[in-house]
Design a protein around this ligand. Structure first.
Ligand code: 7TS
Length: 410
C-alpha cells in the first residue's frame, strides 16, 4: 500500500514534536527507542482530546460521553486485532504493558495448568519480565524452569531446545526479538516444534511488534504480549493476545468491577471475553491513543519503516566497527535496528554520561537481562536502538561523540 512511497525522514520527524528539543545545548539524538519510542503529535492529541471532550467511564454509562468513550475504547481493540492478525476481538486483552501481560498468563494460565514436576522453557536472552513471573508461579506450583542456551552472538541453540522439550514441558515463553542485542529468534520453528510436543508457546513481542510483520494466526503462537509505549503509543497500556479457547478456560487474573456477570456474597459468575481479564476501570485514554499509534504505523507502512531502519543499522554497524577496541555483541544478519556494543577498558556508564553531554540518549547497563550479561561475561553494553525518525547524520554525531569520549576515558 504505502510501500512504493519514497521514505522521507525529514517529513516523518516533523510529526514528532520532541525531536526539536535540545539536550545540554545540543540537538537531541534519541537512540533509546528499544526502551521507549517517541510519540507522534497525533498520539499526544488523542489523549488530550479524550480528556478535553469525551472523558467518561466505559461500558457502564447510559449517556453520550460514556457511549463515545466506550466506542473509542472498543475501536482500539478492533484496531489491535487487525494489527496482529487475531481472529476475534475477544482475543485481545488490554493490560498495562508487556510485564503485566506475562504476569497475567503466568499466574492465570499457570495456576490452572502447572503441576508439580512440570517444566517451563525460557531462553538465556530473556528480559527479567519473562523470567521472574515464571519463577514465581513455578515455585508456587512445584514446576521448574529450563533455559535454552545461546552462542556468543546471542543465537539460540536449537539442538539444545529440541532436547529440552519433553512430556513435562507445558509452555515455552520466549522473547521474539532480544531487547539487549536485537537478535531475532526463529519463533516459527520454536512454535512448530513445541506444538508437535503438545506444548504451548507465548511470545514476548515487546521488541518485535514495532519492527516485524506480526500475524498471530500464521505464527500460531498461543499467547503474545507487547507494550504500547514501544510502538509509538502511550505508556501504561499493552496487549495480551491469547487463543480464544485458552482464554475461555483460564480463570480471571484479578477480581473486581467489569470482569463479573453477577455477584452475590455466595458466588460470582464471570463476564465473557475479553472483559473477564479487564477488572476495574481501565486506562481508557491510553487504550484509545494506542489506536492512533497503530494508525500511524499503518499509514507509514511497517515494511517501509523497517527498510529505512535497515539502512541505519548497516551504516551504524559499519561505522561503529571501525572504532578501535569496540565490539558489537549480536553482530548477526537476522536482527532489528539495535546495536549493542562494548569497548575495551571502558565502563558503559561512564560512556553514557559523556554521550548525554553531547545530547545523545543511549541505554547502558544490563538492559534488564542480567542472566544474559552473565552468560556473555560482561557487566553490560551500550545500546543504540534506532527508529525511522533517526538519521544517518545522527549516527555520525554518535560516532564522533564516541571518539571524543574515548579520548577522555582511555
Ligand atoms: N520484554 C522485553 C523484550 C522488553 O524489551 C521489555 C522492556 C519488557 C519485556 C518489559 O516491557 P514493559 O513495557 O512492561 O516495561 N525493555 C526495555 C528495554 O530494553 N529498555 O527499557 C525497557
Amino acid at each position: 500500500m504505502t510501500d512504493h512511497i519514497p521514505f522521507d525522514v525529514e517529513q516523518l520527524r516533523e510529526l514528532f514534536p520532541i525531536l526539536k528539543r535540545k539536550v545540554k545545548g545540543k540537538d537531541l539524538v534519541y537512540f533509546d527507542n528499544a526502551a521507549t519510542s517517541q510519540k507522534p503529535q497525533s498520539v499526544v492529541d488523542a489523549i488530550s482530546n479524550y480528556y478535553s471532550t469525551y472523558n467518561a467511564n466505559i461500558h457502564r454509562g447510559l449517556h453520550t460521553l460514556a457511549d463515545e468513550a466506550t466506542a473509542a475504547y472498543e475501536e482500539s481493540r478492533v484496531a489491535v486485532k487487525q494489527f496482529v492478525g487475531a481472529s476475534s476481538h475477544e482475543e485481545i486483552i488490554f493490560t498495562k504493558g508487556t510485564t503485566e501481560g506475562i504476569n497475567l498468563v503466568a499466574s492465570s494460565w499457570g495456576r490452572a495448568n502447572l503441576n508439580p514436576g512440570d517444566e517451563i522453557i525460557i531462553s538465556t536472552l530473556e528480559h527479567h519480565s519473562n523470567i521472574v513471573p515464571w519463577q514465581m508461579i513455578a515455585e508456587e506450583r512445584g514446576a521448574s524452569i529450563k533455559v535454552i542456551p545461546i552462542d556468543d552472538n546471542g543465537i539460540l541453540d536449537m539442538d539444545a531446545f529440541k532436547k529440552l522439550l519433553n512430556a513435562k514441558t507445558k509452555i515455552v515463553s520466549i522473547i521474539h526479538v532480544s531487547n539487549a542485542l536485537g537478535v531475532i529468534n526463529p519463533v516459527e520453528e520454536i512454535i512448530s516444534l513445541a506444538h508437535l510436543n503438545g506444548t504451548l508457546v507465548m511470545l514476548d513481542g515487546a521488541q518485535s511488534v514495532v519492527h516485524l510483520d506480526i500475524d498471530v494466526q500464521k505464527l500460531d503462537c498461543d499467547f503474545m504480549v507487547f507494550s504500547g509505549h514501544k510502538i509509538y503509543g502511550p505508556t501504561g497500556v499493552g496487549v495480551m493476545y491469547g487463543k480464544k479457547a485458552l482464554l475461555e478456560a483460564m480463570p480471571p487474573y484479578q477480581g473486581g468491577g467489569e470482569m463479573i456477570k453477577e455477584v452475590t456474597f455466595e458466588k460470582t459468575t464471570y463476564n465473557e471475553l475479553p472483559f473477564k481479564f479487564e477488572a476495574g476501570t481501565p486506562n481508557i485514554a491510553d487504550v484509545i491513543a494506542l489506536k492512533t499509534a497503530i494508525d500511524f504505523i499503518n499509514k507509514q507502512g511497517k515494511n517501509r519503516m523497517r527498510e529505512y531502519e535497515e539502512t541505519l543499522l548497516v551504516y551504524a554497524t559499519d561505522k561503529l566497527k571501525s572504532i578501535e577496541g569496540l565490539k558489537i555483541i549480536g553482530d548477526v544478519p537476522n536482527k532489528v535496528s539495535v546495536v549493542s556494543f562494548i569497548i575495551d577498558g571502558v565502563h558503559p556508564q561512564d560512556l553514557a554520561i559523556l554521550l548525554d553531554n553531547q545530547g545523545i540518549a543511549v541505554r547502558t547497563g544490563h538492559h534488564c537481562a542480567q542472566p544474559l550479561m552473565k552468560r556473555l561475561g560482561i557487566v553490560g553494553t551500550t545500546r543504540a536502538s534506532f527508529a525511522p525518525y533517526n538519521t544517518i547524520a545522527e549516527i555520525d554525531i554518535l560516532v564522533s561523540a564516541l571518539h571524543k569520549a574515548l579520548k577522555m576515558l582511555k
